[in-house]
Write a protein that binds this ligand. Structure first.
Ligand code: ADP
Ligand code: ASP
Ligand code: MG
Length: 601
């Protein structure tokens, strides 16, 4: 007999018939002798509809009231599902998040789970009941002792389910949804997307945070941290779906189930070199040609960063291992010979990274890294960020100083610092999945002073206002006054607050100004084998170039490559990149249920 946590999403409980079908499935599981805790989302598009009602009343609803409103959606589905179970003769009880004892932080609208009481659920399981828990919600105690309802953020029922599985030490957590599992991309946009039987939590964390909405990224983070046995499968069939794999498992942190120590370790990679091409024309095909030529010369490129600048020309910067520098310089020069532009190269660099699933959604972590380095007077040559890793390239002469500062800032043991690690995912597929995100905007700060600490100051100012930035790109080129530009992308919903957050900083930097970029979509490819496979980036850029799609910004981290393109080219970009990596197949996996009215497709 096993203890299972089963989560059913909005489409799976979208009608009376579907709720009855879910009840039937749960009954079968009970008949198999298992204890079952069920987590459900609100029916169909209830959460969208409630949000629209609020919008119709005010453009700026108070977050506490939004949580009161949105949490009601899940209360409807838990009670109806419990009734459907009763109708089949299955003993069951519904419980809200606060009734279970899911305690969260006080941040309304995106609260993290601190702890979950297990005794209340266990008592009911011992009485032979199926416990039906409302997803997406918890509670916090206000300063005057009142129990306040909080929600975890859109898509958060997955997180409720995995957190319950971790707290209860369940044998498995099964996420039932309207697709057969995790596919190589969104089947609503690419009908020949293929099902994966397994995917690592690291890869899924990247995909989920880059737009693959099939799992809430925080659910993957919890599964990875606590070694939860997590499966995504279809509500309409008995097919096994996709199993998530993770190599780590630790005890639940005392400081909070979703908190813990955000940084797991640091890594230093010595002997790095940077090549910077600047003032190259902003037109499709150049990045493809450059990175294809490098791959033909068998040169493995690590980080790649590209941003468009004033006057519509591009800078592309990338890193290679020092022994490859001369060859890489020759290849780059030959590409430049036909185009114009400048080339600069520099060896003697080190890549320093911090990693940990808890970096996600906590903008203060990247800011602390940049701050601790800037306090040592260390200049950041290049920055690459992902949801689970922040890397920067610095002068090797500062290695020891930087390592010590990072060790102290993040309270790391000697054993958590790896120098020149050799495991790079060889043997893994270079790309497992691609994702599209249309919720980001691009912002540039022009004329930023060129001195240590500017990126840190920018990140800190945003982090202090709870704004995460994704790709951050410092320009290679300098203006005539020696200043540079920094470009970054952030969530659309944070754009207005960024003005307020950055105003004091801009006031200190004479001549600095914010500039909005065009409407963007971000297409990303993710694969654990990417670091070990030369030419992945070139293949992605080629697929886009052949479709005539111009790349506005490139940002990579270890296991992902992201390209920002014009918003209206987003879906086509996703399709050609998916096809370009040969991820399509014969089977068609259309999602069941009608698309959300908010889904732009
Ligand atoms: P639920 O209501 O069950 O939580 P969601 O709508 O949140 O369902 O997530 C399932 C949807 O995620 C699918 O219908 C699909 O359109 C979308 N999706 C995006 N990327 C992927 C992917 N890589 N694999 C599977 N589904 C994906
Ligand atoms: N009902 C919430 C939403 O639509 C939570 C969830 O479905 O996961 O975002
Ligand atoms: Mg969901």
């Amino acid at each position: 007999m096993a203890l299972l946590v089963q989560k059913f999403g909005g489409t799976s409980v979208g009608s009376v018939e579907r709720i009855q079908a879910v009840a039937q499935r749960i009954e079968r599981c009970r008949d198999g002798g298992h204890d079952v805790v069920v987590v459900v989302s609100a029916m169909g598009h209830t959460t969208d509809e409630l949000t629209r009602l609020a919008d119709a009343i005010t453009p700026n609803p108070v977050q506490r009231e939004m949580d009161m409103l949105l949490a009601s959606g899940e209360q409807i589905s838990i009670s109806l599902l419990a009734m459907a179970l009763h109708a089949r003769g299955v003993a069951a009880v519904s419980m809200t998040g606060p009734q279970v004892g899911i305690s969260t932080e006080s941040t309304h609208g995106r609260a993290r789970i601190l702890s979950i009481r297990t005794d209340r659920i266990r008592n009911r399981l011992n009485e032979g009941l199926v416990v039906v828990v409302a997803g997406f919600q918890g509670s916090t105690t206000s300063s005057d002792g009142i129990n306040e309802i909080t929600t975890l953020g859109r898509g958060g029922s997955d997180t409720s389910a995995v957190a319950l599985a971790a707290a209860l030490a369940a044998d498995a957590c099964e996420i039932y949804t309207d697709v057969p599992g995790v596919l190589s991309t969104d089947p609503r946009k690419v009908p020949d997307a293929q099902l994966m039987s397994t995917i690592s939590c690291d890869e899924m964390l990247e995909l989920a945070s880059l737009g693959a909405s099939v799992l809430h990224p925080r659910a993957v983070e919890i599964a990875r941290n606590y070694g939860v046995n997590l499966v995504v499968r279809s509500s309409w069939s008995d097919a096994p779906g996709t199993r998530l794999t993770s190599s780590t498992a630790r005890a639940i942190s005392q400081s909070g189930l979703e908190l813990g120590s955000p940084v797991d370790g640091a890594e230093e990679l010595n002997g790095q070199a940077v090549i910077a091409l600047s003032h190259i024309p902003d037109q499709p095909g150049i990045a493809a040609r450059l990175f294809e030529s490098l791959s033909e010369a068998d040169i493995n490129v690590d980080l790649i960063i590209q941003a468009t600048h004033e006057g519509n020309s591009n800078d592309i910067t990338f890193t290679v291992a020092e022994p490859d520098l001369e060859a890489a310089r020759r290849v780059s020069q030959s590409v430049l010979d036909n185009l114009g532009g400048k080339l600069a190269a520099e060896a003697g660099l080190t890549k320093l990274s911090i990693g940990g699933a808890g970096i996600m959604g906590r903008p203060g972590i990247a800011a602390s890294l940049f701050n601790c380095l800037s306090h040592q007077g260390i200049n950041l040559r290049l920055i690459a960020t992902s949801e689970v890793k922040v890397s920067c390239v610095i002068d090797s002469a500062s290695d020891a100083k930087a390592r010590q500062a990072v060790q102290e800032a993040f309270d790391l043991e000697e054993s958590q610092i790896r120098i020149n690690p050799t495991d790079n995912g060889s043997g893994e597929p270079e790309v497992r999945g691609v994702a599209l995100d249309r919720d980001q905007v691009q912002l540039s700060v022009r004329h930023v002073p060129d001195r240590p600490g500017t990126a840190a100051a920018l990140c800190s100012a945003l982090a202090d206002n709870s704004i995460s930035l994704d790709a951050i790109v410092q320009s290679e080129r300098q203006h005539s006054d020696g200043s540079r530009d920094i470009t970054f992308i952030l969530r659309k919903e944070d754009r207005a607050r960024a003005d307020v957050a950055l105003a004091p900083l801009l006031a200190q930097w004479p001549g600095a100004a914010l500039e909005d970029g065009e409407a963007i979509a971000r297409v990303s490819a993710v694969g654990a084998g990417m670091p070990a496979t030369p030419g992945t980036a070139g293949r992605m850029f080629r697929a886009l170039a052949d479709a005539g799609i111009n790349i506005g910004l490139i940002a990579t981290s270890e296991i992902r490559t992201s390209c920002v393109v014009a918003e209206d080219a987003g879906v086509q970009a996703l399709q050609v990149v998916h096809a370009g990596f040969g991820l399509g197949g014969k089977e068609r996996h259309t999602a069941q249920g009608t698309p959300s009215p908010h889904d732009p497709d």
